[in-house]
Design a protein around this ligand. Structure first.
Ligand SMILES: *Cc1c(COP(=O)(O)O)cnc(C)c1O
Length: 427
């Protein structure tokens, strides 16, 4: 199927895999590490990136490529690469353009694992991050930039603080500083928001969440819009604009144009670090993607009802969901997420942290799991679980109140979900 001309719903179902005469209708799992050639010369050309083709699954695999191309089409990008996890996607997206001595800026309201990756692990590699409040004025955020700053990073809807990002504002700040805007679009998915349409340059996902949607496999993806002009800032991005010694002096922007960023991420970062998604997982991810356009509206519809129920309940101290009219992010939500945001609602109960934990223990339908954003309703207390490593100060900067309950509304019947909350609150 030619992706470009179709709507998102059609791309979800049929994008990526284009069977020819007599080929399987359903995307096959190419469960093979390696691919056969007839002459040594044919293979050598692949190693030199002179020709494209498959030779080893760490670099490329037809199942993975079909799924990556479906996601690229959904986001409106030019190319994509699957990774073994969302963590690998975040790391590779930055590491593809940053090396020791470089710096990048990130919204402070991000997933706990990403916060730790940026603040602790990347620092050990000599790459420094400055965290900024995404709601701060443009001039304030711009102050975090330095001559060696290489990227700006943020989440469309932050996990778990549910901050809705002003993507256009972030794109302006990034571009006036000559760096790309990288957006983690995990919670919104391209069904509800396509960050490239608002000026983002690169999008990443933890496909583990709504894209897979059934909690069957951990995965990630990096998508490039092809819009950032690396050559206009050639000195900042030598890895893309200067010859690569590991490929006989090839220059990515010269040889691959709009495909430069993803080609380098594949041919260099993935080649050397190897966090590839297995073809089996890519196949499962593809099954999830086939219904993403049906599931997202249902998640949003259910979450809106749950949020409204909590909002009107006297035992609830506060509730955060951008679909509520009195929410801080209602206006931004209407602008960037007019069809709904996601299925995740956060709230705190009167009585604080201990009451919140007791409430969770009494839920029956909603399960306590680390996971979020899948078909089954689940619940988590970030301060005790995902964000356990963060200090109280970091928790506040990440927008995680100590009493915050992260409630991931599934696609069951919403009356059953609300009844479950009701009986747990009664206890
Ligand atoms: C879960 C998550 C990640 C990390 O993804 P994994 O697939 O668990 O490695 C990154 N960003 C966001 C917003 C997430 O929710």
């Amino acid at each position: 199927m030619e992706n470009k001309s179709f709507s998102p719903e059609t791309i979800c179902v049929q994008g990526g895999w284009n069977p020819k005469k007599g080929e399987p209708r359903v995307l096959p799992i190419y469960q093979s590490t390696t691919f056969k050639y007839e002459t040594s010369e044919q293979m050598a050309k692949l190693f030199d990136l002179e020709e494209s083709g498959y030779f080893y699954t760490r670099l490329q695999n037809p199942t993975n490529d079909a799924v990556a191309s479906k996601i690229a089409a959904l986001e409106g990008g030019v190319a994509a690469m699957l990774t073994s996890s969302g963590q690998a996607a975040s790391f590779y997206a930055i590491f593809n353009i940053c090396s020791a001595g470089d710096h990048f800026v990130s919204a402070s309201t991000i997933y706990g694992g990403t916060f730790n990756l940026f603040a602790v692990t990347m620092k050990k590699l000599g790459i420094e991050v400055t965290f900024v409040d995404p709601d701060a004025p443009e001039e304030e955020i711009a102050k975090a930039f330095r001559p060696n700053t290489k990227a700006l990073f943020a989440e469309t809807i932050s996990n778990p603080s549910l901050v809705v990002l002003d993507i256009e504002k972030f794109a302006r700040i990034a571009h006036s500083n000559g760096v790309p805007l990288i957006i983690d679009n995990t919670f919104a998915t391209p069904i509800n928001c396509r960050p490239f349409e608002w000026g983002a340059d690169i999008v990443i996902h933890s496909t583990t969440k709504y894209m897979d949607g059934h909690a069957t496999n951990v995965g990630g993806v990096i998508v490039d819009s092809g819009n950032f002009d690396w050559d206009a800032h050639a000195d900042k991005f030598p890895g893309l604009t200067k010859p690569d010694d590991s490929y006989h002096g090839l220059t990515y922007t010269k040889s691959f144009g709009k495909g430069a960023y993803i080609t380098k991420a594949t041919a260099q970062v993935m080649r050397d670090l190897g966090s590839i998604q297995s073809p089996q997982n890519a196949f499962l991810l593809n099954l999830g993607l086939e219904t993403l356009h049906l599931r997202m509206p249902q998640h949003c519809k259910n979450a809106q009802k749950v949020a409204e129920y909590l909002h009107d309940n006297e035992k609830v101290a506060w509730v955060n969901y951008c679909g509520l009219k009195d929410n801080k992010y209602y206006e931004l939500g209407q602008k960037y997420l007019p069809n709904g945001s996601c299925g995740v609602v956060t709230f705190g109960l009167k009585g604080g942290r201990d009451v919140s934990i007791k409430f969770m223990d009494n839920l029956k339908l909603a399960a306590i799991v680390t996971h979020v954003a899948d078909a089954r309703t689940s619940v988590l207390h970030p301060a005790s679980h995902t964000h356990r490593q963060l200090t109280d100060e970091q928790l506040i900067a990440a927008g995680v109140a100590p009493d915050l309950i992260r409630f991931s509304v599934g696609i069951e019947n919403v009356n059953d979900i609300i009844a479950d909350i009701e009986q747990a609150l009664a206890k």
